[in-house]
Design a protein around this ligand. Sequence first.
Ligand code: HEM
Length: 251
Amino acid sequence: MASSDRRRSKYDRSYSVQEEGLKVGLAGPAGLSRKSRPCSRSKSTRRGQLGTVSSLTYSQKQALTLSWRLMRTQAASCFRKVLLELEIASPKVKQIFYKAALVDAFNKDEDNSATMEAHIRLVIKFFDDILSTLDDDDECLKKMRAIGSSHAVLARSCNFSGDIFERLGEITMERICSHENVQKTREAARAWRILIAIIIDELRSGFDGEARQHRKCSSSDQIDNSPCEEEDDLHLKVRQLRVDFDSSFQT
Ligand code: HEM
């Protein structure tokens, strides 16, 4: 998508940080109306430090950790709903989790980290990790990007794309922000919106960066196997055949 075509999404961090205070509560409990929401790439990298974890205030960080602690016992059911909804929104995701479940069924010894059940645990662990490192901006961003980039292998094999993370963000935002423990305070809902916007931005950035590297490597592999090299290879094989043929006559 050309950058000029990109519309501003709810995940545009500058939107979240600067305007959230004005818009919160206008569009339903989570402040989001998914149907009317454009799904587009945010532009954090170009915006520099605007809206990173360090831009969260002390009271926002407190609201996040407290509400997460209160939600924690229901987190599995919450993220099961999120991932099921993501499957409905994206048939690709459904296929990936379906394949992973099949592999799992034949692989009794090992826990397959690619299944939906495993992902419910992984996503909860991911939030545990992020919420325990909110004071360390670099560490937080590193963790988010690492998760994004670990999914780049799926770009070629399963057609996984960055907009899946964006969808995941939309659904997560809606679920979390409408949770009763988050609804208790305006501060918590606002903080969750900002945090989820940052997470999605970094997941995408990690994913896109690594997927680009994979594409570069695969195109240089193709250059390595250029017609010239293939011809050289063929000549070598023919020469070897001649040597073998000649030596078989000499014996
Ligand atoms: C915040 C969201 C997500 C988190 C925290 C997460 C976490 C992880 C982790 C930790 C791994 C293991 C990586 C490794 O072993 O190197 C993984 C792998 C995987 N994830 Fe996710 N994931 C997320 C979203 C998704 C989504 C939306 C899908 C879509 C189906 C997905 C599908 C997979 C698959 C298929 C693998 C296996 C990749 C491979 O073959 O190496 N993940 N994920």
